[in-house]
Design a protein around this ligand. Structure first.
Ligand code: FAD
Length: 395
């Protein structure tokens, strides 16, 4: 029987069916190839652009669907059901972490040049915040961009390094966090759009434990020249733009983590009905059944909290605390859940032919990337214990 939902209409569910079919027919069959090639092909971005998936939240003027946020939630849930953390990351970073800055604060010039082709899937975007010596502490970034006259105009000259950048090796451009006034600390950070084939850019691919189908790079910038019109929004407001968009990033991570946990549970339920030991299906052993009951309960509780946070987000309410809680709880849950699920696959759980094996590797980074669990706890404790409040940056 169809269950009522506070959040999803029949149209959202119809969209879910088409997105699921796309993932099942055009993504999952490529898993082995993309994972072993350590990248997804440019053609899948173009295909997703064609199908309208890369422009869900963006204005129609730029080729987007201007769909409400619940379509994005559905899309992210279905992306995670690919069972490929790497593919999921490549797409979600492009759409929800890199180009959203251009849509929100970029000029018409930037929207035409970068947002439009990114929505079509013709250009792939990366987001560059983390540096070799600055991850959790974003204020410590050292990549600089200094203004230089260039004829009648001005350019920025960029110097520095970024690391762990998803879509960094094969991406076309990057939304880059730089210091335009290093002496001002966080009040001197700006966001620039940089073409990744610019002279002076060197990209080195990193080998990772998991997320194999996403490409992750260290990127050096040596006197990289970028026109001043590539500045996103207002100079020196970049830190505030980043802090605000981190809420969306964390919400996206939470949605993906809950859906990834559910997928692992679904695989396990199927296995429990197939595998026999001591003359019974392993799903008949009480020890197993009770653990599965706990896992299913934890996933459902997390899902409802994440949906509630999504709803607050759609209402424009301050959500720093809830997004941090959602990211913390869901990413830790995914790690625990997949560990428990893998146990019931016995030795087969350790064999690459079984997707739970990949899921175990992929889930590990969830409590590190996009804000580590310790940082989520720092934010939550500041808000809960010290009554700190965070204000929107775009207003
Ligand atoms: C596969 C992958 C993909 C990524 N993709 C991107 C991307 O596309 N773009 C991008 O910009 N970044 C990306 N990142 C970077 C990611 O966001 C950072 O790794 C993360 O923010 C943590 O930073 P760090 O690795 O420098 O760890 P550090 O900041 O050095 O932290 C090390 C440890 O110290 C802990 N710690 C730090 N400060 C505190 C504190 N105040 N209290 C308690 N504990 C603390 C941390 O929680 C962590 O456990 C990616 C990372 C990975 C692994």
């Amino acid at each position: 029987m169809k269950r009522p939902s506070l959040y999803f209409s029949d149209e959202h569910e119809l969209f879910r069916q088409t997105a699921r079919q796309f993932i099942e027919t055009e993504v999952i069959p490529n898993t082995e190839q993309w994972e072993s090639e350590r990248r997804i092909p440019a053609s899948v971005f173009r295909r997703m652009g064609e199908l309208g998936y890369l422009g869900l939240p963006f204005p129609e003027t730029y080729g987007g669907a201007e769909a409400d946020f619940w379509y994005s939630v559905v899309f992210l849930e279905e992306l995670a059901r690919s069972g490929m953390g790497g593919f999921t990351t490549a797409v979600s970073v492009h759409e929800y972490m890199a180009i959203n800055h251009i849509s929100k604060a970029g000029s018409e010039f930037l929207k035409e040049k970068y947002l439009v082709p990114a929505i079509r899937g013709e250009k792939v975007a990366a987001l560059g915040i983390t540096e070799p010596d600055a991850g959790s502490d974003v204020s410590a970034i050292r990549t600089t961009a200094r203004r230089q006259p260039s004829g009648a105009e001005e350019d920025y000259l960029i110097n520095g390094s970024k690391t762990f950048i998803s879509n960094g090796t094969y991406g076309d451009f990057i939304t880059l966090a730089v210091k335009t006034a290093p002496e001002l600390g966080t009040a001197g950070v700006s966001l620039l759009v940089v073409d990744l084939d610019s002279p002076g850019v060197t990209r080195t691919k990193l080998n990772k434990m998991g997320w194999h189908s996403s490409d992750t790079a260290e990127i050096r910038f040596d006197e990289v020249r970028v026109p001043a019109q590539n500045l996103i929004g207002v100079e020196n407001r970049g830190f505030y733009y980043l802090m605000e968009s981190l809420q969306l990033e964390r919400l996206v991570a939470a949605v993906l983590a809950v859906s990834g946990s559910q997928l692992a549970l679904d695989w396990t339920l199927q296995y429990l009905h197939e595998r026999q030991a001591f003359g019974k299906k392993i799903g008949q052993f009480q020890a197993v059944r009770h653990t599965i009951a706990d896992v299913a309960t934890e996933i459902e509780v997390a899902r409802q909290f994440v949906y509630h946070t999504c709803w607050l987000f759609t209402q424009g309410a301050p959500v720093v605390k809830e997004c941090s809680m959602a990211k913390l709880h869901a990413s830790e849950l995914q790690k625990r859940t997949i560990d428990k699920c893998l146990q019931y696959f016995g030795g087969y759980g350790y064999i690459e032919d079984y997707p739970i094996c990949r899921a175990y590797r992929d889930a590990r980074v969830g409590t590190i990337a996009g804000g580590a669990s310790e940082i989520m706890r720092e934010i939550i404790s500041r808000m809960v214990i010290d009554a700190v409040e965070y204000r929107p940056a775009y207003s």
